[in-house]
Design a protein around this ligand. Structure first.
Ligand SMILES: [Zn+2]
Length: 83
């Protein structure tokens, strides 16, 4: 088996999935949907190929119009007593 298919964190198996990623880019929060990635079945670790990373950079640099806008909740930090 190709060692790229073994999770470096837990030793689990990766499977090909389409995921959602968020980035800070030029001061804005940007979400990219449908990114192909290897996702560990056991711990959820996500690996993105160098090729896909390049595509993401190119996408962030392009002026492609967003398909939708989402509202993101913003919380003020507070210390919360842990039970
Ligand atoms: Zn894992």
């Amino acid at each position: 088996m190709n060692e790229l298919n073994i999770c470096p964190i837990c030793g689990g198996t990766f499977e090909e999935k389409s995921i959602q990623l968020d980035f800070r880019y030029k001061g804005r929060l940007i979400v990219i949907e449908g990114v192909p990635a290897q996702v560990c079945k056991d711990c959820g670790e996500q690996l993105i190929s160098a090729r896909t990373s390049k595509d993401i950079e190119a996408l962030l640099d392009s002026d492609i119009k967003p398909i939708k806008q989402i509202n993101v909740p913003v919380l003020p930090f507070r210390h919360i007593a842990q039970a």
